[in-house]
Design a protein around this ligand. Sequence first.
Ligand SMILES: [Zn+2]
Length: 319
Amino acid sequence: MKFSRQTTLRSQATVTGVGVHSGLPVSLTVGPASVDAGFIFVRTGLDDADREVPAVAGSVIATDLATVLGDREGPLVSTAEHVLAALRGMGVDNAVIEIDGPEVPIMDGSASAFVAAIDQAGIVTQSAARRYIQVLKPVQVVIGDSFGELRPHAAGFRAEVEIDFANPVIGRQNFALDLNPESFRREVSRARTFGCMNDVARLWSAGFALGASFENSVVFDETRLLNTEGLRFRDECARHKVLDVVGDLALAGLPLLGAYRSVRGGHKLNHAVLTALLADRSAWRVVEPESARRSRGHAEAGAGMVGGMIAPAYGPDVS
Ligand SMILES: [Zn+2]
């Protein structure tokens, strides 16, 4: 078996915006990280020292309205899912994500701004082979009327999402994506956060969604879309759910080799399925070639670099 090598960002790139729930201005910088680092948030701008929180399932402390990461002392980074989706979706393995406020900026409600930041920073290969978590048997979770499943899949990662909203303007939608950097960019990265006007009003009165606006959310009432500019895709809501899946499952810590299916799902379900998979040691294994283990610990620059910019391959190349 031949494997792709790990990647990181060549340089830093910064995006600034507001948090969708806090409404607070925030600046986020993505940048390079060492081999095997995965995605690491660094929360700056605190009274004390900067605090690091690895983007892994064990750091999740809330999933009600967004995926919130933190540590024993409390929440550090809210709404982590869209920037994580961009990194995983674009084939980045290792990155530091510095953030000077409590919430990732919502930007236009999609992953576009983060994809643009990754494009600006550039992607470079590193010395070590990419490792994957391969799903070996199906793991299923039911929460109320939501259903989620990870199952073995022949090649790479596939996400299949079905939504079924009582709101007739959203209604039933399906979307499936075989993930690679091109499909991610083209099919889901531009799909925006969405909600129903009743829910937004309820969130506002509870002190949430303070930064939500038509500039960063697709909003429906019971009869129509309220955004005057219209939808980016007919099934933009289902595509956004796939974007959220890619971001939430990035918390596996490694790219997944498997297929994920969700019906009426959301952040809570995505996290529950990932946690159920990781808890069952017979349901997955880390796929790592011998050569990667031998080269571990070597300097990452130099020999491992192939011409700078690459188009990362997604699954392992079988040869
Ligand atoms: Zn989302």
